[in-house]
Design a protein around this ligand. Structure first.
Ligand SMILES: [Zn+2]
Length: 365
């Protein structure tokens, strides 16, 4: 099974971004609906179940919100196995009150069932062109990588340096070929998966134990399929004639969690609700949308502000997610209207909650 059918930037994406705003929003809702249908299909469900039965290490990926960073696709892993936590620039600080809690809860929910947890800390860059790198870091790959290393240290501070249960791995994502670059635990050794071929697969366990000498065996075994999947995906990428254009065409600001279905380059600016400083990234996102309109990169008839809050259980949990989604939409609207009056009357607001089990989006009033 694959998630490529809804994860690849469709050739129609240029046509879509030139549609009137209502039609773009309709298209987006349909896209989210198709993802949920795919996620709920028996085939997809069984693929996840089978995968988890074989590899039960939990995998979290802290990463930039850039739509090109689709780790499930890049590692040929069924969707729903790697749990992505995206934020602008992949910036995180375990001291942020909300983020620290989200991460700790996620680790605890896995560990209490006797499972290990792998935390992939991503930064991204392009080997072909600096400006295809991370806009969130002003295309400064060194700064993005240093930030990932800092987060890794924080994960160790919270979950331990012996790594017997939680293992943080700094991992570059080279977006021209979707190639992962694994940084060893000593910060010196690096394994660039784009330099490996199918023949190197037999030596991978030895390479991994050199990079991560203290990684528990079960975890290494669960890490291997991601690496093999990435090597196969890189070969596939090389055979395809993908376009590497990266120009800002965003016409949507997403606020909240639960945007796993949205993996389209240059479509959305997604801001996780993790940092205590939400006004600043929201204002920056508003500025990018205003500039996109001013420079005719997108139609100036409107843009979408979309808040999403996921829930695990119906009842109290869903009710609280509803309030959260409403609050985030109101908060973001206020910031954008006051900081960017030129686009104030162009906001189209949608609020939703997302069922984590079915991945269905439900619009709310
Ligand atoms: Zn980025």
């Amino acid at each position: 099974m694959g998630n490529s059918s809804v994860s690849q930037p469709s050739p129609a994406s240029t046509a879509i971004r030139n549609l009137p705003i209502q039609e773009r929003i309709d298209w987006l809702m349909e896209y989210a609906h198709r993802y949920a249908q795919m996620y709920q299909s028996p085939e997809s469900y069984l693929a996840r179940e089978r995968y988890l039965a074989q590899h039960d290490t939990g995998i979290i990926a802290l990463k930039c919100m850039d739509g090109r960073l689709n780790l499930s696709l890049a590692t040929n892993t069924p969707p729903g196995i790697i749990d992505p936590i995206p934020n602008l620039g992949g910036r995180f600080d375990l001291g942020w009150p909300h983020f620290g809690e989200v991460l700790t809860e996620q680790v605890h929910s896995v560990v209490k069932h006797g499972r290990h947890m792998l935390v992939l800390i991503n930064y991204h860059y392009s080997k072909g062109e600096q400006h295809r790198g991370c806009a969130g870091w002003g295309y400064n790959t060194d700064a993005a990588r240093d930030s990932a290393v800092r987060i890794r240290r924080q994960v160790e501070e919270v979950f331990g340096t012996e790594h017997s249960t939680v293992y943080p791995v700094v991992c570059g994502f080279e977006t021209d070929e979707d190639a992962l670059v694994l940084h060893g635990s000593n910060h010196r050794d690096v394994l660039d998966l784009s330099t490996l071929s199918a023949q190197d697969v037999t030596s991978l366990p030895a390479s991994l134990s050199r990079l991560y000498p203290d990684m528990p065996d079960e975890m290494t075994e669960d890490f291997l399929p991601l690496i093999k999947g990435n090597i196969a995906h890189i070969a596939e990428t090389r055979r395809s004639d993908r376009t590497l254009e990266i120009v800002h065409h965003e016409w949507m600001i997403g606020l909240g969690r639960g945007f796993n279905w949205l993996h389209m380059p240059n479509l959305a600016l997604i801001i996780g609700p993790y940092s205590p400083e939400l006004a600043d990234p929201l204002s920056k996102a508003g500025g990018i949308i205003a500039a996109n309109m001013q420079n005719d990169r997108i139609p100036d008839d409107g843009f979408l502000l979309f808040s999403v809050a996921p829930y695990q259980e119906v009842g109290v949990d869903r009710a609280r997610a509803t309030l959260k989604s409403r609050f985030m939409a109101e908060f973001a609207t206020h910031i954008i209207r006051s900081d960017h009056p030129k686009i104030a009357d162009k906001i189209n607001i949608r609020k939703a909650v997302l069922s984590w089990h079915t991945r269905s989006l439900e619009l709310i009033a």
